[in-house]
Ligand binder design. Structure first.
Ligand code: SF4
Ligand code: SF4
Length: 382
């Protein structure tokens, strides 16, 4: 396993982190819970293989992930860094504290190493977090009491909005989205590192999209690469500003494959990294000929998410992620109970367009949106 110094904390953390959001599940009294018999040995195997950071959250795995992680950490607590999150539901420091205490109880531990303000954006940071008697004050008190070692945040916002949050100086690390298909946080990652924050990447396989087979991606370098997911992980780990990639590992096979990649320092040579960057730039150019994702066409009166539908079509056409694109597209018109558990929330499929023409008037690319929607439904909806 490769270990990197984690920003100003000075800690040596493994470049692969265990994301405890896809643990094996079972049922008890008709309720879904984590299958501890399988999940605990899986997490402990990760620790044995050198993974020294585990990330959970109150609502993962039907709200049972923290309990399972607590069980796995018995006997490992002083060797593994624990991360969990506080869903900022309001601006109250007292409520922040209650949620923290609840996590400590579920995890059956006295302290959390990296405690995240969960899924924040600049607006919520200013209006509900960095306020009098609010979460930041409560978190600082908890740090003084030793309940939290480091304060972190996970980020879901426009890339430029990360900078003021970093500049607040409150945080030791950031958890953000970054992968082959979404590089929008790349500059922020460099900035965060420069300011002494550790950078943990979530979604190195694009929330599952890069877990699907694509020969285009797998063959980006000359070396033998077993899968699209392996290439995606290599790419993320090869960015010098990535301290760690979090992977939601569901079974031993996935764990061992990821550990193999993370065990090799410099997972892409600088030549290979350059080559991959050049291919990605060309792919991005081709994608943008089709749709830039600018969203000027929105909203659609029939409820279609046009940029999302075209993104799926692009992933099929340009990156050959066909299986994933079809699955995500079908989720748009598949009832919740019949959908793959990781598919995005449902919406409106392309065939529901009523051809009002409003979107085409607003599209700076002058795309034939109505025609392309029909094509998308024919190709992805079969
Ligand atoms: S033409 Fe179709 S997709 Fe475009 S705004 Fe009208 S209903 Fe929506
Ligand atoms: S306005 Fe055109 S380019 Fe922009 S998201 Fe809509 S379809 Fe794509």
């Amino acid at each position: 396993m490769v270990y990197k110094t984690f920003g100003k904390t000075g800690l040596k953390l493994s470049v692969l982190g265990f994301g405890a959001m896809r643990l094996p599940m079972t049922e008890k009294d008709g309720k879904p819970i984590v299958d501890y018999e399988k999940a605990v040995p899986l997490m402990r195997r990760a620790f044995e293989l050198g993974v020294n950071y585990i990330d959970t959250a109150p609502y993962y795995c039907e709200s049972d992930s923290e309990v399972a992680v607590g069980k796995a950490l018995k006997g490992w607590r002083d060797k593994v860094y624990l991360s969990t999150k506080n869903p900022i539901e309001d601006a109250s420091g007292a409520n922040f504290r209650k949620r923290l205490e609840n996590s400590l109880k579920k995890l059956d531990t006295d302290y959390i190493d990296f405690y995240h303000m969960w899924g924040i954006n600049l607006e919520s940071f200013r209006s509900s977090i960095d306020v009098k008697n609010g979460p930041v004050e409560a978190a600082r008190k908890a740090i003084d009491e030793g309940l939290i070692k480091h304060l972190s945040f996970s980020f879901h916002d426009k890339p430029e909005n990360m900078i003021p949050i970093i500049d607040s100086g409150y945080f030791s690390s950031v958890l953000c989205q970054y992968n082959l298909l979404d590089r929008s946080n790349e500059e922020n990652m460099a900035y965060a590192n420069e300011k002494g924050l550790g950078v943990v990447v979530m979604g190195p396989v694009g929330g599952g999209s890069l877990g699907a087979p694509s020969e285009v991606i797998r063959n980006m370098i000359k070396k033998e690469v077993k899968s699209t997911a392996e290439m995606a992980l290599r790419f993320v780990l090869s960015n010098s500003h990535t301290n760690m990639a979090l992977s939601g590992m569901e079974d031993l096979r996935m764990l061992e494959e990821n550990v193999k990649v993370a065990a090799v320092e410099g997972v892409l040579t600088s030549d290979e990294y350059g080559q991959v960057n050049a291919i990605l730039a060309e792919k991005k150019r081709l994608s943008e000929l089709y749709c830039t994702g600018c969203r000027y066409c929105m909203p659609c009166p029939a409820g279609l998410n046009i940029p999302h539908i075209f993104k799926l079509m692009n992933n099929h056409k340009v990156y050959e992620l066909t299986a994933h694109s079809k699955r995500e597209y079908k989720a748009l018109f598949t009832p919740v109970e019949e959908r793959h558990v990781w598919a995005k929330p449902n919406g409106v499929s392309a065939d529901k367009c009523v051809e009002c023409g409003q979107c085409e008037e607003k599209c700076p690319q002058k795309l034939s949106i109505m025609k392309q929607l029909k094509e998308t439904h024919t190709v992805l909806g079969k």
